[in-house]
Design a protein around this ligand. Structure first.
Ligand SMILES: [Cu+2]
Length: 279
């Protein structure tokens, strides 16, 4: 598992195969999550060009180049990367949800979730400092918008050491978000059709309604498909923690909901099992 080139090729091939199968399975149905808010504000939420977001390091004419693919365990390290397009390194990114780049890192067993906002130098080099506490193979996603179109490119990062994979937690409608915070998920998750996901935040059992904006929304949701880590990233309805989700296939997904309360960003992780639509 420590040959980046092989993994990269595997991801590209897998992406191609999945894109093909989705195209056959539901011709008009884009893979992705759409927001409950008006569609105009969330253009590009579909797969874009038929590829499933996050599975490839190059798609739709753009490519992610990470300066390093190996990080030491438990030590803050600066990671640099660039995005290239047809005319070379891209420097002109659109602002999406108050940032020009959203960078998500998660270990391939769906633990250790990080959501970072790198800074860009004039030549288009993005950099962010991160600490990956535990050894293993991580997936990093660069989530950005250029000329109004959303792109999500992925690459693997290795952290050497003894890797202890964590089994995917069983599906649950309640997640612990530490410091007495719990989040309850309400919604019927059905593959291949729009599912509404609503979250209720409680602290010490009492419902909390004063959720301030975090990056221009009440909350952010990243959904990753178990098995291949296909990526879906959405933002909440302006007023409520509610999302419209389009899970492409039946099976398990890990959801990472982020919200801010008490001047701290908190993350609640859920396993959901998208069921087959009844026919
Ligand atoms: Cu972000």
């Amino acid at each position: 598992m420590n040959a980046p080139a092989k993994l990269g090729l595997y991801a590209v091939l897998l992406g191609a195969v999945l894109a093909g199968s989705v195209a056959v399975g539901s011709a008009a149905e884009p893979v992705g999550l759409s927001n409950a808010a008006p569609v105009a504000a969330h253009q590009g939420m579909s797969a874009g060009g038929g590829t499933i977001p996050g599975l490839a390091s190059a798609a739709d004419g753009y490519q992610l180049h990470a300066a390093i693919d190996t990080l030491p365990a438990g030590r803050a390290t600066t990671l640099e990367f660039t995005i290239s397009g047809e005319d070379g390194t891209v420097t002109d990114f659109d602002i999406e949800h108050t940032k020009r780049m959203h960078f998500i890192v998660v270990r391939r067993d769906l633990t250790g979730f990080l959501h970072l906002h790198p800074t860009m130098s004039a030549d288009g080099t993005w950099s962010t400092t991160l600490t990956l506490a535990d050894p293993g193979v991580y997936r990093a996603y660069a989530d950005f918008v250029v000329d109004g179109e959303k792109h999500t490119l992925g690459t693997d990062i290795f952290v050497a050491g003894t890797f202890q994979p964590t089994a995917l937690p069983a599906p649950s409608m309640v997640a612990d978000a530490a410091d007495g915070y719990t989040v309850e998920l309400d919604g019927d998750v059905v593959a291949g059709e729009e599912s509404t996901l609503e979250f209720t935040i409680r602290r010490n059992g009492k419902a909390i309604t004063d959720i301030p904006e975090y990056l221009g929304a009440r909350g952010h949701l990243v959904a990753l498909r178990d098995g291949d880590l296909a990526y879906l990233h959405v933002h909440a309805d302006e007023d409520r923690l509610e999302f419209e989700a389009d899970f492409p296939t039946a099976g398990a997904y890990r959801l990472f909901l982020q919200f801010r309360h008490g001047d701290q960003v908190r993350t609640a992780a859920f396993t959901v099992d998208a069921r087959e639509a009844s026919r």
